[in-house]
Design a protein around this ligand. Structure first.
Ligand SMILES: C[S@@+](CC[C@H](N)C(=O)[O-])C[C@H]1O[C@@H](n2cnc3c(N)ncnc32)[C@H](O)[C@@H]1O
Length: 224
């Protein structure tokens, strides 16, 4: 109970003050190298599991972007077959501060600096109402414990509502890739999809030669 109160106060304060140092630049060579590999991983798995489209004016959304360190991988995937797209990323806890006193928002600005038509949206997925051709959803909270560990107030735990909303944002013939961490989360994701009668293809374990995560990841492809 106290943990939730602490998280709620913390969330309220960071969202009202929006305090951050400005103009973040990553200088740590180890982090730069890891980020490059994770972006290559992102590009690799999107290219393998999602079909390109010749549609003009493609709209795509990343859900729960954190500091969007992997935005370049998503951008590269879209840019490979289109020069007419937008890429949005929505993050509820956008003003959370890192120990270097830069917020996720400021850090994300650095990661998307050179990407045109790419927008980091500080807000709740439930407030998004645009339609999207591609939705990327890496590591949604399907259990409450990780959400609390990530310091979000418990009232934001509503995986069913979020999934239903994400599905409602998908354009006709749109594709949504969901990636879960660990078998338990993947099982829970499957249950949520089935409960909401959302048609899906289970992709099994997601692996890439570009990056290996400590915990196994599993994927779901949802197509309208
Ligand atoms: C486990 S993290 C995954 C972060 C990132 N996608 C990654 O792969 O590293 C889940 C993220 O979803 C965000 N989130 C949770 N609920 C959300 C909501 N309703 N709208 C937008 N973002 C949300 C959290 O704040 C958190 O940054």
């Amino acid at each position: 109970m106290f943990e939730d109160l602490k998280n709620s106060i913390d969330f309220f304060l960071s969202n009202t003050t929006r305090f951050s140092r400005k103009n973040f630049i990553e200088k740590n060579p180890k982090i730069i190298e890891r980020t490059q590999s994770e972006n290559d991983y992102t590009f690799d798995i999107l290219s393998r599991y999602l079909k390109p489209t010749t549609k003009p004016n493609i709209k795509s959304l990343d859900i729960g972007s954190k500091n969007w360190f992997y935005a370049k991988g998503e951008y590269r995937f879209l840019n490979n077959f289109s020069n007419d797209f937008i890429l949005d990323g929505v993050e509820l806890d956008a003003y959370r501060l890192y120990i270097n006193f830069y917020s996720r928002f400021e850090t994300a600005k650095f990661h998307i600096k050179e990407l045109k038509n790419t927008n980091y949206i500080a807000g709740n997925l439930l407030d998004i109402n645009k339609k999207y051709d591609y939705i990327f959803w890496f590591l949604p909270f399907v259990f409450i414990e990780p959400l609390v560990k990530w310091k979000l107030p418990k009232r934001y735990f509503c995986p069913e509502k979020l999934l239903e909303h994400a599905y409602s944002l998908l354009e006709k013939a749109g594709q949504m890739l969901i990636i879960n961490q660990g078998e338990l989360e993947a099982d829970e994701q499957k249950k949520l999809l089935e409960k909401l009668s959302i048609p899906y293809q289970y992709l099994g374990e997601i692996q890439s030669s570009y990056f290996e995560y400590k915990h196994k990841r599993f994927g779901f492809l949802v197509q309208k």
